[in-house]
Design a protein around this ligand. Sequence first.
Ligand SMILES: NC(=O)c1ccc[n+]([C@@H]2O[C@H](COP(=O)([O-])OP(=O)(O)OC[C@H]3O[C@@H](n4cnc5c(N)ncnc54)[C@H](O)[C@@H]3O)[C@@H](O)[C@H]2O)c1
Length: 327
Amino acid sequence: MKAPILVTGAAGFIGSNLVDRLLANGAVVVGYDNFSTGRAEFLAAAEKSQRFGLVRGDLFDLSKLTAAMSGCGAVIHLAANADVRHGLEHPLRDFEQNTAGTMNVLEAMRAAAVRDLVFASTGSIYGDTATFPTPEDAPMPRQTSLYGASKMAAEGFIAAYAEGFGLRARICRFVSILGPRYSHGHVFDFCRQLRANSKVLHILGDGRAQKSYLAVEDCVAGILAVLQQGSESEAGFCETYNLGTEETCRVSESAQWICETLGLAPTLEYGGGDRGWVGDNPFILLDTKKLQALGWKPRSTIREGVANTVEWLQANPWIFDEGAKTQ
Ligand SMILES: NC(=O)c1ccc[n+]([C@@H]2O[C@H](COP(=O)([O-])OP(=O)(O)OC[C@H]3O[C@@H](n4cnc5c(N)ncnc54)[C@H](O)[C@@H]3O)[C@@H](O)[C@H]2O)c1
């Protein structure tokens, strides 16, 4: 049997989808999560598997994290403060959860002698880039969000640990992800608003922002594809891969698709301005040729991803009643 894979953030949106896929592929999986935004419901299927173990713990409990990693073959590090929009309300949070938290993962890996890492970074690290589609080696971008900056700093520590301690690291920069168990982001916000009042939908910005989105199944497939990269002998391996679709949609189009799927025709009220919030990037399109060269290709269109997300939210209204756990 292959060594277990430890997934931090296993109870989250992407983490729980990844755990289910790993288990379906026959892997032994250890989930690690503090349930700050994660939900036990997302792991209900995984918990039925003999090959799944859950550790309720925080990234900042270094001895628990190290013990959980003991005997694992790889770590997929997803735990983070994943909401890009509210950084300015809690200026230390992104640094603590995303940069310092990642340092703890690296230290635990060193102590437990685990060499293989996949890290969930973000397209937000490209800030206000002028290069589209944006390749992994775009000129060092100026950061626009505390979230992007915290992930960029974490990437730096990962590269230095790969160099200094022989880690094999794969950094994945995702665009926004859509699909089952989606619990934060604009589709969630729009659906929540329309549940409260189906007549009016308030939209941040002027609706013209163009973004790329990726279905969570495609995101998980990309993570598994990069995990295969870097052979046993390649200590110090550290490669970065963009994950996204080759298309974009405007926020106004996405709002239309959401309303159509819900069968509603509300008045759309735009806040104005080209950015939804301070630090928002009005155009996101990543160059994914590097990952596609490994045989990966997204299967869903953005429109399908939006519709699937709305349908999942409609079928799982409890997620609204409980309230968004992300602050
Ligand atoms: N969802 C997206 O659109 C998107 C886009 C780009 C990058 N990412 C990155 O992907 C990863 C997963 O995102 P997600 O959307 O699934 O977010 P999520 O909030 O659903 O999941 C994060 C999980 O990490 C756990 N967690 C947070 N802090 C922790 C801590 N200190 N100790 C232990 N567990 C902790 C939470 O309880 C949650 O289960 C994050 O690193 C995020 O930054 C997500």
